[in-house]
Design a protein around this ligand. Structure first.
Ligand SMILES: [Zn+2]
Length: 289
């Protein structure tokens, strides 16, 4: 199963980012399309596709960011200086994410992460001066010190531990009732993926980890994480949770996880939503047996 927010079909058209004339021509192309967003919520058509407008709908104060080409047709999203992405995901956004086709969600993810990055990087991290957009929206430059800044991606490990045919899943207090999912945490500087997986599991659940294997990854546009899904072999199954991170953690047998993913009424917990890679991870692990 393909992870959510992957499988985008737009050609990212890196060549246009380096060619000012070609970028100007793309903005003048009568076929060009503008992503429809209300805050950070996309308009979704009945068949699960993103809604698009013509460039005539671009707000006067907005700058166009090039998402890519589809058969040569330019696709943009509009960034308005000073406009921030909503800090909380709304019910309307969750509903839209549930309806979006996979590849469409990938285009949305790129747009949302890019908009959020521009909104938070109006000033140079090097010298504090206001920065300007270049490279068709995929960079900002500082006219004062010459520094160039590029959109960030922040790696996060997300993982289950396995022990004797069971997987370690946990829940945070803020989650919907009965939901359990994989554990997760940001990589720290100077850490490998395997080391971050072992550290996070040990910190949150007290479970010691041996070998770690990679399963899949996905972009997560709230605001710009790269989720790296792994399975870790636990060398002991005693759980000691960190109550600051988790409300509960438990070892779930394969059959229980399969029942949760299938939506069985007697399943011991509710699984993460299908567009989250934790869902992909649990599905992959269940299918391994
Ligand atoms: Zn600067």
């Amino acid at each position: 199963m393909m992870p959510g927010f992957t499988g985008g079909t737009l050609d990212r058209a890196d060549r246009l980012r380096h060619d000012v004339d070609a970028f100007a021509a793309a903005k003048a192309d009568w076929r060009a399309r503008l992503l429809k967003l209300a805050g950070d919520t996309p308009e979704v058509t009945e068949d699960g596709r993103l809604g698009w407008a013509s460039l005539a709908d671009t707000p006067d104060d907005a700058e166009l960011l090039l998402l890519g080409l589809d058969g040569g047709r330019p696709h943009f999203v509009a960034h308005r200086p000073g406009e921030r992405m909503p800090p909380v995901r709304s019910p309307a956004l969750f509903a839209a994410l549930d309806q979006l086709q996979a590849g469409e969600a990938a285009t949305y993810a790129a747009a949302r992460s890019l908009l959020d990055w521009h909104a938070r990087h109006g000033f140079c991290a090097n010298c504090g001066s206001p920065t300007t957009i270049f490279r068709a929206g995929w960079a900002r430059a500082c006219p004062n010190c010459g520094a160039e800044h590029f959109p960030r991606v922040d790696p996060v490990v997300i993982m289950i531990a396995e022990h004797d045919g069971r997987a370690l899943v946990g829940r945070q207090a803020a989650w919907p009732a009965r939901r359990y999912s994989a554990l997760a945490g940001f990589l720290e500087p100077g850490e490998s993926i395997e080391e971050a997986v072992a550290r996070e599991i040990a910190e949150e659940s007290g479970v010691p980890i041996g070998r770690v294997r990679y399963i899949a990854s996905q972009p997560w546009p709230f605001p710009s994480q790269l989720m790296i899904a792994c399975v870790a072999e636990a060398t002991d199954d005693a759980i000691t949770i960190d109550a600051n991170e988790l409300e509960d953690a438990m070892w779930a047998p394969r059959a229980a996880i399969a029942a949760a993913l299938a939506g069985a009424p007697d399943a011991p917990f509710l699984p993460p939503p299908p567009y989250a890679i934790a869902h992909t991870l649990l599905t992959a692990w269940t299918n391994e047996a």
